[in-house]
Every structure is written in structure tokens, then in C-alpha cells.
Design a protein around this ligand. Structure first.
Ligand SMILES: NC(=O)c1ccc[n+]([C@@H]2O[C@H](COP(=O)([O-])OP(=O)(O)OC[C@H]3O[C@@H](n4cnc5c(N)ncnc54)[C@H](O)[C@@H]3O)[C@@H](O)[C@H]2O)c1
Length: 286
């Protein structure tokens, strides 16, 4: 069995690890500390349970999948992987530092993919000596349930790298689309400004949070309201994406809603911190 590395076992990394194990890969999941490793393992376990509840996995699959996923804090453990998928926070500085370390630590044939929502793949690739092997592999949340992977091709990404990632997406039973390396790519260029606008509506008291969400659910047939979805994605992640769109396009229409900034400053990150636009049973603090 081949091995895939996943870095960051948060909302996205835990789901990516599960999906890769389901596609018959061994997974090495890297977290920053041993205690975060344990949390990441619990997250994977809960995510598998949700898939069992939804009947997309059998109860008997769980032990086999968990056995395929090993958590570590040492990136050198990734040296036998043919691919590493990074899913750490949406901060360009952090991602560039990590890609530099990965480039130095891993054999030159290893493909380095980022699950970034909006950051330039070409820019991330500049921190490595293997820009042909750097690519965006943007999964949607929750990864096991969402059928799309948005593949982002950087300025120097090779056709061979693209072809491997397309094939892998198919193997994971996902449909892939290919996007150019522009801020927000396709998905978040469209989605995040809509959510940002919903936050402006709330800030300007155009409607209550419930009315805003109900409008989009019943009026536009969206499965979740934009404020509910914001809590689910993580307000910190959304703010980072909106800032990248604003800086990238230098256009005032992308300015982040002040209410979004205020909530992030106050530690209200949404579901993952226990409070966002709505309150949740706290599952994990940042
Ligand atoms: N949340 C979403 O809905 C969503 C959807 C698509 C893409 N993304 C993207 O996925 C990435 C991760 O987002 P998330 O929502 O999973 O964030 P998250 O905060 O839930 O998880 C990030 C994880 O990375 C870990 N981490 C940080 N630095 C690390 C390091 N140097 N080495 C190892 N682990 C490290 C943290 O401990 C944390 O567990 C971001 O780039 C985000 O934009 C998020």
C-alpha cells in the first residue's frame, strides 16, 4: 500500500486522512504536538462515526481505517510518501515556512499539495526547489461527504503532477475541477464574498441572523444559511480568505465586514470554538 502524508489534523486534515484511508492508502497525519495528535485522532474517529451514521461506511470498516492512519509530530516520517497534503491554517507565512521545511526534508520526487482555500499556489511554490511538484488540492468541508475537489495549477505545476492529482481525486470518488491560480480560485471567489455580504446584512440590521439564513435556504435553495455556513467553516478561516481576495484584487467590493473582524478578534470562530453567529456545545477551543 502506498503512503500519503497529511499535515494538520483539524477540520479539513482529519477528513482528508479519512478519505485517503478509504481509498486504500496508508496515511501519516502530522500535528504540531503529541496532544494535538490525540485530538486529531479523536476527530478522525468521530468523522468515521458520522459516515457510519449516514450509511456511507459500515461499522466493520472503522477499525481497518483507523489502523491505516498513524499520527506523528515529525515530518521526516513522511519520507516514504509519494504525496503530502498540507491542511494547516490559512496563513501564507505559515504555509511558506512549512513548504520550505518539507522541501528540505523530503525526497525531490514527493508531490507537495496544499488544501488552501485562497492562497496563491505559485507563491507557496517559491519556497521550494520543486515548483513543478507543487499543486492545490482543495477539498470541501466536510471532506468525506462533499464530492468536489478543486485542483489549482500554479505557474510551474507540471502536467504529470496535475495528472496524478486528477487520478487520485477519482480514486477518492471525488469529481475534480481545475482552476487557475487566482485569489479564491473558483469556489471561494464566489462563496466567501456572498457570506461576507450576509455578515454586512446582519451588521446593518437588514435582518436577524435567522431571517438571513432562512432567506437563502428557502428562497435560494441553499442547504445551509450563509451565517450557519460561516460558523461551520470557521470565522478565522473566512476572514483570512476575504483578506486575500481584498489584497489580491485591490477592489473595495472585497473588504471584510467589520463585524467579521470583530468576532474573530473576540475568539468567536464558529462551531469549533463553541460560538460564532450561533452557540454550540463546545467541541474544541482554538
Ligand atoms: N474549514 C473549512 O471549511 C475549509 C474548507 C476548505 C479548505 N480549508 C482550508 O484548509 C486549511 C485548514 O483549515 P481547517 O479549517 O482544517 O483549520 P483548523 O484550524 O481546523 O486546523 C488546522 C490544524 O493545523 C494544525 N497545525 C498548525 N500548524 C501546524 C504545523 N506546522 N504542523 C502540523 N500541524 C499544524 C493545527 O494544530 C490544527 O489542528 C486552511 O488552509 C483552510 O483555508 C478549510
Amino acid at each position: 500500500m502506498k503512503t500519503i502524508g497529511v499535515i494538520g489534523g483539524g477540520i479539513m486534515g482529519s477528513g482528508i486522512a479519512q478519505v485517503m484511508a478509504q481509498a486504500d492508502y496508508n496515511v501519516i497525519l502530522i500535528e504540531a504536538t503529541a496532544s494535538l495528535c490525540r485530538k486529531a485522532e479523536q476527530r478522525v474517529s468521530k468523522s468515521i462515526d458520522r459516515s457510519i451514521e449516514k450509511k456511507s461506511l459500515k461499522k466493520t470498516d472503522k477499525a481497518k481505517l483507523l489502523k491505516r492512519i498513524v499520527c506523528s509530530t515529525d515530518i521526516h516520517d513522511l519520507k516514504h510518501s509519494f504525496l503530502v497534503i498540507e491542511a494547516i491554517p490559512e496563513k501564507i507565512k505559515l504555509k511558506k515556512q512549512l513548504f520550505k521545511k518539507l522541501d528540505q526534508a523530503l525526497p525531490s520526487n514527493v508531490i507537495l499539495a496544499s488544501n488552501t482555500s485562497s492562497i496563491s499556489i505559485s507563491e507557496i511554490a517559491t519556497s521550494t526547489k520543486r515548483p513543478t511538484k507543487v499543486i492545490g488540492m482543495h477539498f470541501m468541508n466536510p471532506v468525506p461527504a462533499m464530492p468536489l475537489v478543486e485542483i489549482i495549477v500554479g505557474k510551474n505545476t507540471s502536467r504529470a503532477t496535475l495528472s496524478t492529482i486528477k487520478q487520485l481525486s477519482k480514486q477518492c470518488k471525488k469529481t475534480s475541477v481545475v482552476a487557475k491560480d487566482a485569489p479564491g480560485f473558483i469556489s471561494n471567489r464566489i462563496l466567501v464574498p456572498m457570506i461576507n455580504e450576509a455578515i454586512f446584512c446582519l451588521q446593518e440590521k437588514i435582518g436577524t441572523k435567522e431571517d438571513i439564513d432562512t432567506t437563502m435556504k428557502l428562497g435560494m435553495h441553499h442547504p445551509m444559511g450563509p451565517l450557519e455556513l460561516a460558523d461551520f467553516i470557521g470565522l478565522d478561516t473566512l476572514l483570512e480568505i476575504q483578506e486575500i481576495l481584498y489584497k489580491g484584487f485591490k477592489n473595495a467590493k472585497y473588504r471584510p465586514a467589520p463585524l467579521l473582524k470583530k468576532m474573530v478578534k473576540a475568539g468567536k470562530y464558529g462551531k469549533k470554538s463553541g460560538q460564532g453567529f450561533y452557540r454550540y456545545n463546545k467541541s474544541r477551543k482554538k
